[in-house]
Write a protein that binds this ligand. Structure first.
Ligand SMILES: [Zn+2]
Length: 468
C-alpha cells in the first residue's frame, strides 16, 4: 500500500483516495513571465513521477497543473516590453512546454489558465462574502478575513499570533488583519484593459490564491486527493487555498498535501537576489535533460536538492553507467504492463516507491540490475531494468547514441561534435598503425585518447569508441 507524507498532519499516512481506484491531483504551476528555472524543473519532475507511479500501480488519475497568466509581475513585464499580456504569457507557456518535453515530463490531463476561470473565481468570492469570510476594504479590494476562519494556520502548524509575528505590517493597509489576503484586486489607473474584468465588486482582477481554489474545484470537484507544490507555497499560498475553498464550500478541500523541498546552489538557497539562479535552458546547454531528471530523482523529493556542476557531472556518469549496461539490439518487451511485481528487484522497487516515493532507493535497484546485467548479458534482465526505469521516465534513448554523445547538453554536444571528427581520425590512424604492426604507435594513440576521456573497444567488427 502507498504511504505518503501529508504536510497537513506532518506524518506518513496510508493513501486512501476519496473514490477507490481514482486519484484527483492538483499541482500549482508556473507564473509565466520568464523562463523556468531549476526549482521549477524539480516540481515538474517530482509530480510527474508521482502521477506516473499512481498510474503504474493501477490508479485512474486526473492530474491538473495550472498556469498563472495574470499577476503583478506579468503586467509589469508586458508593459515594459510594450506587448500584450496574452503575447507575453503565450510565449513563455511555449518555452515551458519545450522544457517539459526535454525533461520527459508528461503533460497533465488539464492545464487550465487562470484567465479562463475568472467567472468561477467570482462565484467563490461571492460565496465567501455570503458566508461572512470576505469583506470589501476601503481601497476597493475584496479581502479574506483570516480571523473568521477557524483552523487558519493548520497547514503551517502555527497559530495566528505566530504567523502575524512573521508578517511585516504595512501602515497604509486597508486590511483588518495583516494576514488578510486579497481575493479581488480593484483595478488601478494605468493598468492595461487586458488586466481588468467586470465584477459585482467593481472592475479588477483576481488575487493569486483564489485562482487555484477555482481551477481545482472546477476541474476536480470540491474535495481532491492530492495537492502538490513547492515547499515555498505552503505558506501563505496553500494555507489561503484551504481557507478560501473550505470557507466557500464547507467541506474538506484536500486529503493529502505534498510539498517538495527547495533547490539550493552550492549550499545556498537559489534565488534571483543571490544571482545564483539557473534556468532549465542554461543547464541543458551543459547536460542532457535526462541527466537533470536523474539528478532530481536521486534526492528524496522532500529533501533539499543541492545544485552544482559537480553533482550534475556525477549524475551524468551514473546515467552513462546505466546506458552502458543496455544493448542496442534489445527487442524485448519493456513496457510497464510487462513488469512482474513479484520479482525480488521489482518488489524492492515497489516498496521504495510506495514508501513516500523514495526514488533514491528505487534508483539503487536499477543500478543493481545494471551490475547484474553487465555480468550476465541476459535479455530478460535487460527487459526488467528498462521497464522499471521507464516507470521513472528514464532510459528511453538509444543506448548507443547516449554513450556516443556522452549525455552532454546542446553546447557541450556541439563541442563534442567537432571532437568526434578528430577522434574518428585518431581511431583510423591507430587501426593503420596496428595493420603496419607498429604497436607502439597504436598504444600511444590509445593512451592519448584515454587521457581525453575516450575509451576504445576492439571487437571483431573493428574498433568502437565511447566517452567514459
Ligand atoms: Zn496554487
Amino acid at each position: 500500500m502507498l504511504r505518503l507524507h501529508n504536510s497537513l498532519t506532518r506524518q506518513k499516512e496510508d493513501f486512501v483516495p476519496l473514490e477507490p481506484g481514482r486519484v484527483r491531483m492538483y499541482v500549482c504551476g508556473m507564473t509565466v513571465y520568464d523562463y523556468c528555472h531549476v526549482g521549477h524543473a524539480r516540481v515538474l519532475v517530482v509530480f510527474d513521477v508521482v502521477q506516473r507511479w499512481l498510474r503504474a500501480t493501477g490508479y485512474q488519475v486526473t492530474y491538473v497543473r495550472n498556469i498563472t497568466d495574470i499577476d503583478d509581475k506579468i503586467i509589469r513585464r508586458a508593459v515594459e516590453n510594450g506587448e500584450t499580456l496574452r503575447a507575453l504569457t503565450s510565449r513563455f507557456i511555449g518555452y515551458m512546454h519545450e522544457d517539459e518535453r526535454s525533461l520527459g515530463v508528461q503533460p497533465p490531463d488539464h492545464e487550465p489558465r487562470a484567465t479562463d476561470y475568472v467567472p468561477q473565481m467570482l462565484r467563490l468570492i461571492e460565496r465567501l462574502e455570503g458566508n461572512g469570510y470576505a469583506y470589501r476594504a476601503a481601497d476597493g479590494d475584496v479581502n479574506f478575513a483570516v480571523r473568521r476562519f477557524e483552523g487558519y494556520g493548520r497547514l503551517s502548524g502555527k497559530s495566528l499570533d505566530d504567523l502575524r509575528a512573521g508578517e511585516r505590517v504595512s501602515v497604509a493597509d486597508a486590511k483588518q488583519d495583516p494576514l488578510d489576503f486579497v481575493l479581488w484586486k480593484a483595478a488601478k489607473p494605468g493598468e492595461p484593459d487586458e488586466a481588468k474584468w467586470g465584477s459585482p465588486f467593481g472592475a479588477g482582477r483576481p488575487g493569486w490564491h483564489i485562482e487555484c481554489s477555482a481551477m481545482s474545484t472546477s476541474l476536480l470537484g470540491d474535495t481532491i486527493d492530492i495537492h502538490g507544490g513547492g515547499a515555498d507555497l505552503q505558506f501563505p499560498h496553500h494555507e489561503n487555498e484551504i481557507a478560501q475553498s473550505e470557507g466557500a464550500l464547507g467541506c474538506t478541500f484536500v486529503r493529502y498535501w505534498m510539498h517538495n523541498g527547495f533547490v539550493r546552489v552550492d549550499e545556498e538557497k537559489m534565488s534571483k537576489s543571490l544571482c545564483n539562479f539557473f534556468t532549465i535552458r542554461e543547464v541543458l546547454q551543459k547536460f542532457d535533460a535526462e541527466v537533470v531528471r536523474l539528478f532530481i530523482l536521486r534526492a528524496h523529493y522532500r529533501s533539499p536538492l543541492n545544485y552544482s556542476d559537480a553533482h550534475l557531472e556525477d549524475a551524468r556518469a551514473s546515467l552513462l553507467r546505466l546506458y552502458t549496461a543496455l544493448s542496442p539490439e534489445f527487442r524485448g518487451d519493456a513496457s510497464a504492463a510487462a513488469i512482474a511485481w513479484s520479482g525480488t528487484h521489482e518488489r524492492r522497487f515497489r516498496e521504495a516507491m510506495d514508501d513516500d516515493f523514495n526514488t533514491p532507493v528505487a534508483l539503487s535497484v536499477l543500478f543493481e540490475l545494471a551490475t547484474e546485467l553487465n555480468r550476465s548479458r541476459d535479455p530478460a534482465l535487460e527487459a526488467r531494468l528498462r521497464a522499471l526505469a521507464g516507470v521513472l521516465g528514464l532510459l528511453a534513448k538509444d543506448p548507443e547514441e547516449a554513450r556516443r554523445g556522452g549525455l552532454l547538453g546542446s553546447d557541450a554536444a556541439q563541442d563534442a561534435g567537432a571532437d568526434d571528427v578528430q577522434i574518428g581520425q585518431a581511431v583510423a590512424a591507430r587501426a593503420a598503425a596496428k595493420k603496419a604492426r607498429d604497436f607502439a604507435e597504436a598504444d600511444r594513440i590509445r593512451a592519448e585518447l584515454l587521457a581525453r576521456g575516450v575509451i576504445l573497444e576492439d571487437g571483431p567488427a573493428g574498433t568502437t569508441w565511447r566517452r567514459g
